[in-house]
Design a protein around this ligand. Structure first.
Ligand code: SF4
Ligand code: SF4
Length: 168
């Protein structure tokens, strides 16, 4: 993807300054959220990921420990050949909400080339991130405000929405 690195650079340069405007914009959006918003987000989601290559980024895997459910653990244990207790001891911790999450950032399964060594069996939270596809967008507006700081694709989607709505 030709301009993937450029989009990531743009996000890094602007994400701090855009924190407040994005939050304000999403507060306005929350008052009139509807199916149309999900459809618009779904289009922009496709556009964002046609421009931004996750392998150029990996910021979610580097900075946000994903929730790992019991069914994720079972699947990952099958893939790695580990026992559940051993896997839990080696890779997981409980966070402040008592959810089990990966115990390090960057994630222990992130490789040097930004690929995930358990990609086919990765946790559901990793599959769903950044929650910008249809049916999820309008239910996660607060999450998107925070994720714009961590994910260049979310930032791109929200910037495009703001431009279309006449916000800078
Ligand atoms: S932060 Fe967003 S763009 Fe970066 S790797 Fe994760 S999902 Fe992809
Ligand atoms: S399991 Fe894979 S996709 Fe999930 S955070 Fe770790 S490296 Fe990223």
């Amino acid at each position: 993807m030709e301009d993937s690195l450029q989009h990531i650079k743009n996000w890094k340069n602007k994400r701090r300054a855009q924190k407040k405007p994005i939050k304000k914009f999403l507060q306005l959006v929350s008052k009139r959220k509807n199916k149309q918003l999900d459809n618009k987000a779904a289009d922009l989601h496709q556009k964002a990921f046609s421009k931004i290559d996750c392998l150029d980024c990996a910021n979610c895997c580097t900075s946000i420990p994903p929730i790992v459910s019991r069914s994720d653990v079972k699947r990952l244990c099958k893939a790695t050949g580990m026992k559940e207790a051993e896997f839990t001891r080696q890779y997981l911790r409980q966070d402040e909400d008592d959810d089990w999450v990966m115990n390090t950032t960057p994630c222990p399964f992130l490789q040097e080339d930004n690929k995930c060594s358990v990609y086919e069996d990765r946790p559901k939270a990793c599959r769903k991130y950044p929650h910008t596809d249809a049916d999820e967008f309008r239910n996660n507006l607060g999450l998107h405000a925070g994720n714009a700081y961590y994910c260049p694709a979310v930032f791109f989607i929200l910037e495009e929405m703001m431009k279309a709505a006449g916000h800078k």
